[in-house]
Design a protein around this ligand. Sequence first.
Ligand code: ATP
Length: 388
Amino acid sequence: MVFTVATRTLQYVPALSKLTIEAHKKDVPQLMHLVILSGDGIGPEISAATCEVLELLNRRLSLGLTFESHEIGLARLKSEKTTFPPAVAEACRRADGIVLGPVSHATYPSRAEGGINVSGELRITLDLYANIRPSRSREGLPHWGRTPMDLIIVRENTEGFYADRNMYWGVGEFMPTPDMALAVRKITAASSRRIAQAGFELAKTRRKKVTAVHKANVMKVTDALFLREVRSVAKHFPDIAYEEQLVDSMAALLVRDAARFDVVVTTNMFGDILSDEAAELSGSLGLAGSINAGDTHCMAQAQHGSAPDIAGQDKANPASLILSAGMLLDWLSRKHADTRFAEAAKLIDESLDALLKDESRRTADLGGKLGTKAFTKALSDEIAKRAR
Ligand code: ATP
């Protein structure tokens, strides 16, 4: 398939026949094909930075990564009357992994006019049900909560209050009269069960504690169902400590004592809000990486939005998307039992730790003076030093 739409093709690799792929497997490490979607606002700047780091790791560690870039969002809407053409969606489906820059979907026109929220669309169509959002304070870097933190919010990604994706047909918000607006929240046993399972599995590899966050004292039907399923999964993990927190008290506890949390499992909207809070408390939203993972696909995506207020000014911190790409590499490492990808992810994390200890090598959101490009160069130098 030919992608005439690619705006920045790093290393174009035509579709390989199954035979060619098998032949490659015998001789060289298997190829991993990544699709890069740069997005809106600060998206192009932080995607370019992420590609730079991935290309460096690819060269140094011989990862066998191949890249294919596509323009999406507002730029694409102008040229092709859609923010997300079907050929790009198909490229994502075929890829081993996706890196998605932030999208300004709130400013898109209706779907009928071509405004497809690429983030929501990919989460649903590829069934990326688990949004994994870590927040970790880093040595030498100020954190804004009262305690240091190292937690992961495991957010259900396919239902809840998200009106654009919680219906088979139609949308989950509507207006019976001009002065009345209603919203529907969808919670299912199956989705609650699988997000809980993802959270407990993750906790096994960490400090072995899961906190379920809910509002079952008010949402007595939907959150009761969510908790019923999480509790039932908890029974299969006797070695994992389990507790529950109301979402309002969780918001306060993140400020007061985030150190007590390890893995936090919650529904879509609560997870979205709490993860922004946790990321900012840990240092900055600019450090907030995440992946959207399913059983077969995975997409790296920064936790924050497209930050139009600083777009095009070389001010954005690209660490969020670079860390997200690192998480994707880690996911690939587990999926394909290939430790080189985990090694690459570790290199990103450790190099970032080293960089951020030094005040003169931080971006503006962290009180520093470096712009996006200079920060990316400093991080690349740090990675190159360690990857020798
Ligand atoms: P959107 O409408 O796409 O959600 P937004 O600006 O409303 O965009 P965010 O993008 O999440 O929401 O940004 C919230 C604040 O954090 C903004 O002031 C933005 O400039 C800042 N911010 C977000 N991401 C970064 C980043 N990577 N580096 C520096 N500042 C950032």
